[in-house]
Design a binder for this molecule. Structure first.
Ligand code: SAM
Length: 236
């Protein structure tokens, strides 16, 4: 006689993608706090950065590194833990995971294996910069960081006729070169907005043309975190 195995109900794991403040702790959401408090494991880029954030928020959690250098290697281990019922949270150093930060590979891998993924929306540098630019925000494109070498010119050339508002991330030590490269191809008069240190005490929003921005930074190199927003190309 063959015996049928009793099927145990499958444990339902969950990965919650949680955004963290860009600089102002007040931007953490109530839902994010609850998810961080109740997580079995918090996956984070840098355990020290997230550890400090959680300490400020009065939350104790088990942290595990998940960053650009190990994300390929640990996908299956995380999958197995979720398949056995773990509740995990994914955060990055600041802002929304997956947006110019690790996250995409894991989310795709889990969805392909039928694991539940949810997102608790919150801070990201894209939208505050877009709104503060005063450029049309009904349609926009996010370009992330421009490549440093290969494909850089091609990417900028492709933006020449882009009519939607364009959002770029950049680091302070590369911004001058990027503004100059953009001015050369998109035109010196293209209007731009530079949003620096968003949500922090020294937040600064500068509205200038690309030529003016380049001049501005030649005399005063910027510091801190930067989003560059460009007005879309005019129809003519
Ligand atoms: N995941 C993040 C998000 O959702 O915005 C982005 C991470 S990416 C590694 C870091 C870049 O985001 C910075 O170089 C800068 O372009 C932008 N950024 C992050 N925080 C910012 C802030 N407070 N002010 C301006 N830009 C910021």
């Amino acid at each position: 006689m063959t015996q049928r195995k009793t099927e145990l109900p499958k444990a339902t794991g969950l990965l919650s993608v949680v955004s963290t403040p860009l600089g102002n702790l007040g931007d953490i959401t109530v839902r994010s706090l609850e998810l961080l408090r109740s997580a079995d494991l918090v996956l984070c880029e840098d355990t020290r950065t997230t550890g400090m954030l959680l300490k400020h928020l009065g939350i104790q959690a088990t942290l595990k590194s998940y960053h650009a250098h190990n994300e390929h290697i640990i996908l299956d281990k995380i999958l197995a833990q979720l398949q056995s019922g773990a509740r995990m949270v994914l955060v990055s150093d600041a802002g929304t995971p997956g947006i110019s930060d690790p996250g995409f590979l894991l989310i795709r891998h889990l969805l392909q294996h039928g694991v539940k993924v949810d997102v608790a929306p919150g801070p990201s540098a894209i939208l505050p910069a877009l709104l503060l630019s005063g450029f049309p925000c009904d349609r926009f494109v996010f370009e992330g960081f421009l490549p440093l070498k290969k494909g850089r010119k091609t990417r900028i050339n492709a933006l020449k006729t882009e009519a939607r508002t364009i959002i770029l991330y950049e680091s302070p030590h590369r911004i001058l070169r990027t503004v100059k490269d953009l001015a050369e191809i998109l035109g010196q008069d293209r209007q731009a907005c530079l949003a620096r240190e968003l949500t922090k005490i020294h937040q600064e929003i500068i509205h200038l043309s690309l030529a003016e921005l380049s001049k501005h930074f030649e005399s005063k190199p910027p510091k801190g975190e930067i989003v560059l927003v460009l007005q879309g190309a005019s129809k003519d």
